[in-house]
Design a protein around this ligand. Structure first.
Ligand SMILES: Nc1nc2c(c(=O)[nH]1)N[C@H]1C(S)=C(S)[C@@H](COP(=O)(O)OP(=O)(O)OC[C@H]3O[C@@H](n4cnc5c(N)ncnc54)[C@H](O)[C@@H]3O)O[C@H]1N2
Ligand code: MOO
Length: 218
C-alpha cells in the first residue's frame, strides 16, 4: 500500500505548528488501520499543493505497491491537487451518498489501482472502513469483518434522509449505544473515544430513543 496526503497547511507531527497549519492526522489514522488489517504500508508523507508534486511522489514508489490511497484534495475547491493530478489518468471522481466520506475518487494511476479519500480525518477513516476494509476481508480473509451488532439508542437522533450516515458511538455497559460527538468530520477526539460506528441508513431522518441501530465494533 502506498499512502499519501495533501495540503500546504498539513505538517508532520512534531514540526513547528505555525498559525494556519495543522498536524497530519490522516496518514497516522490510515497507516495504523492498514497495519492492523495486515497490509504492508509505505507512508509517502505529505504532498504540497504544487502541480506535478503528487505525480512525482507516487511514481517514485509505484514500482513497489499494489494499491495507492490518498487523502484530501478531491472536492470542489479552487485547487484540488489529487483531482487535478488525476485528470490525465483513468480516475473517476464522484459523490457517494454517505456522510461523512461523500467525495471519492477511484481508478488507476499508471495502471495501479488508486482510491482517493476525502481530507477530513473522520471522513478518510470512514472511507477506509466502508470501502476498503470490507474488500480486504472478502479478498484475503484478513482481517475478519467488523463485528456487527444491533443495539438500542440511548437517546433520539436525526440524520440526513438522502444519505447513509455513519456516526461514532459508545456501546455502553447496559447494552445501549450513545452517539459520541456531533456529525462533524473533523471531530477526532470523539472518534478516539468511540468504540463503535453507528449506521443510520438512507431514508431515515429521525430515530427515537430505544430504536435499534446496526453498529460495527471498532
Ligand atoms: N464545493 C464543495 N465543497 C466541499 C464538498 C462538496 O461536495 N462541494 N464536500 C465537503 C466534504 S463533505 C468534504 S469531506 C471535503 C473533502 O475535501 P477534500 O478531500 O478536498 O479535502 P481538503 O480540502 O484537502 O481537506 C478538508 C479538511 O481536512 C483537513 N485535512 C486534509 N488533510 C488532512 C490531514 N492529512 N490531516 C488532518 N487534516 C487534514 C484540511 O485542512 C481541511 O480542513 O470537502 C468539502 N467541501
Ligand atoms: O462527507 Mo465530508 O466526508 O463529511 O466531511
Amino acid at each position: 500500500m502506498l499512502l499519501a496526503t495533501t495540503g500546504d497547511e498539513v505538517l508532520e507531527p512534531g514540526e513547528n505548528l505555525a498559525p494556519g497549519k495543522i498536524y497530519d492526522a490522516n496518514n497516522t489514522l490510515l497507516e495504523s488501520s492498514m497495519l492492523q488489517a495486515g497490509l504492508t504500508v509505505i507512508r509517502a508523507g505529505i504532498v504540497k499543493d504544487e502541480p506535478g508534486a503528487l505525480s512525482k511522489l507516487l511514481r517514485s514508489h509505484a514500482a513497489h505497491v499494489d494499491l495507492i490511497v490518498t487523502s484530501g484534495g478531491v472536492s470542489n475547491g479552487a485547487y484540488e491537487p489529487v483531482r487535478q493530478t488525476m485528470v490525465d489518468h483513468d480516475v473517476e471522481f464522484s459523490h457517494v451518498a454517505i456522510q461523512p466520506g461523500g467525495p471519492q475518487g477511484v481508478g488507476t494511476f499508471d495502471g495501479i489501482p488508486i482510491l482517493a479519500f476525502p481530507g477530513n480525518p473522520v471522513s478518510c477513516l470512514i472511507s477506509f472502513e466502508m470501502f476498503l476494509r470490507p474488500l480486504l476481508s472478502e479478498m484475503f480473509a484478513a482481517p475478519t469483518p467488523r463485528l456487527s451488532l444491533h443495539a438500542p439508542l440511548s437517546h433520539p437522533l436525526t440524520s440526513p434522509t438522502k444519505k447513509h450516515q455513519v456516526r461514532r458511538g459508545v456501546l455502553l455497559p447496559n447494552g445501549t449505544v450513545r452517539l459520541e460527538g456531533g456529525e462533524g468530520s473533523h471531530l477526532l477526539g470523539a472518534l478516539a473515544r468511540a468504540n463503535v460506528l453507528v449506521h443510520i441508513p438512507e431514508g431515515i431522518s429521525e430515530l427515537a430513543e430505544g430504536s435499534k441501530v446496526e453498529v460495527w465494533a471498532v
